[in-house]
Design a protein around this ligand. Structure first.
Ligand SMILES: NC(=O)c1ccc[n+]([C@@H]2O[C@H](COP(=O)([O-])OP(=O)(O)OC[C@H]3O[C@@H](n4cnc5c(N)ncnc54)[C@H](O)[C@@H]3O)[C@@H](O)[C@H]2O)c1
Length: 256
């Protein structure tokens, strides 16, 4: 029987968050921490990681940081193995690191393509595969990738980013299909606009900000906690029959 009342009780659960030093990833880490989980965050910035870990430690679980530059796949493999060593297992992977390039397609270089696809699509592929091998040995787990409204929409100046995020949604479906027999669910969260390092340039520009807001029926940007609560749901027993889905959290941006 489903324990509805304690659906978000993650006591003793083991969580790995990539991009855990970023705006959204750090919120995911502290959200899981507040629900009793042990969390490893990965990223490149030790100082930011220490700030995130300090917030998590208020809740009394086990928290650690593993440094990893996702452009190096060997480092990706080592990071996932190290997270498993620290946690003992990996119950939930939140694969969340990423960045965007805003530029017309005709101005994009081969370097732009290679670097963005490497971080936003290739690395999440290998992070998920490494985690799935571990989850398969454990008889199950949850993988939550990070897509975007750009997975499904053709907004200008985001051609490479949209290619990567569209790829994340498709990759999520195939992984879900292949790994369902191992008890692993694979889903993606797709935020609309949430103020963060990634969107700071857009949101701080008055006219661009107003234009973006005019296209969001709810008339406001998202908050990190509104993405984190969906991540927690996908990791919870309540989402046990959901797999292969991209869940859009965008204030109605995609309704019409
Ligand atoms: N903020 C939004 O509006 C929004 C909307 C849709 C999707 N997203 C996605 O959410 C995710 C997080 O974005 P955010 O808004 O928190 O931005 P952010 O810039 O605050 O966080 C991104 C994180 O990814 C990490 N990262 C980037 N390149 C890396 C690399 N080479 N190796 C290791 N780590 C690397 C950064 O260090 C940072 O911790 C991204 O995948 C982004 O595309 C964000």
């Amino acid at each position: 029987m489903m324990d509805y009342r304690n659906m978000f009780d993650f006591t003793g659960k083991k969580i790995l968050v990539t991009g855990g030093t970023g705006t959204l990833g750090s919120e995911f880490a502290s959200a899981f921490a507040s629900c009793g989980a042990d969390v490893v965050i990965s990223g490149r910035d030790r100082k930011k990681a220490d700030e995130v870990l300090k917030k998590c430690r208020i809740y009394g679980g086990k928290f650690d940081f593993v440094s990893c530059d996702l452009s190096d796949i060997r480092s990706v493999r080592e990071m996932v193995a190290r997270a498993r060593d620290i946690l003992g297992r990996i119950g939930v992977l939140c694969s969340h690191a990423g960045y965007s390039i805003r530029r017309p397609a005709l101005e994009c270089t081969e370097d732009d393509w290679d670097s963005l696809i490497s971080i936003d699509l290739k690395a999440p592929f290998f992070v998920a595969c490494e985690a799935a091998k571990i989850m398969n040995e454990q008889n199950g787990g949850r993988i939550i990738n990070t897509a975007s409204v750009s997975s499904a929409r053709g907004h200008r100046n985001l051609s490479i980013y949209a290619s990567a995020k569209g790829g994340i949604s498709q990759m999520t479906k195939v992984m879900a299909n292949e790994w369902a027999p191992y008890g692993i669910t694979v889903n993606a969260v797709a935020p609309g606009y949430v103020p963060s390092d990634q969107t700071a340039d857009l949101i701080s520009d008055g006219s661009k900000r107003d234009e973006l807001l005019s296209k969001i029926p709810m008339g406001r940007f998202g908050k990190p906690e509104e993405i984190a609560s969906t991540v927690l749901f996908l990791a919870s027993p309540g989402a046990s029959y959901i797999t292969g889905q991209t869940i859009y959290i965008e204030g109605g941006r995609m309704i019409d």
